[in-house]
Unconditional design. Sequence first.
Length: 255
Amino acid sequence: MKGDGSEIYFSSDRFGNFEIFKAEFEKYEKDREYTVDFVVDNLDNNLGPSINNDAPVLAYASTKENGNSRIYVKDLKTGKEVVPSFAMHDCHNPRISEDGNYVVYEALADNNYEVFYSDMVREININASDHKKTDSSPDVSGNGKRIVFQSKRSGDNDVYMLDLDALTLFNLTHNPKAHDQHPRISEDGKRVAFESEEKWITRSVKIIDFESKKIYNFWHYQEHKHSPQLSRDGNVLLFEMNHIIYKVDLKSVIS
């Protein structure tokens, strides 16, 4: 979604292969029907679009080169594309920073999924997780200084955060009884949302707030909650429950 919420970018196989489209809410408000435009259109599969705040830069995964899924970053104004993914095989789930300068993604390396980080300005590409256990589902803060991801390195899935300034890796959840996954970090890097599931307990969405040093649990005794998303300022939480999207104003919850 664009920073001001006026546009969404998504992948769809409505014409056979997966392509990336844009829908503009302003046109919907005017005409009462969605107008979708092609953003990435080729004969291969294009998935996982991630847009930065002003929507001039799009990151996505595509199989358009020899059938291998790689990450592409496209300037939507000029049409110019770069390929930051030096990992050559099975690159997925890109997330681009608010300023469009940093991209994180998961990729297969040495028969294991790792989290990779690309600094588009300095042309730096690194294996950010670099562990023999599976690391996946990354996200990056607005300034590219913090990366969150899920990892099986402690046994079951936990949520980890890599602070690139401090060069320190933190296990944010460290709960042997829970399966914690799909983290999302706010633009300022001060809040992290994720799914959490324990045996015999419905799946919940949790928020870690680093300023208050608290974890907030959004739980329902009957219905699973999943797929959390944080607004760029970290003040709004979206999640899915029973095929309905719910919105939480975190300013009224977190003091």
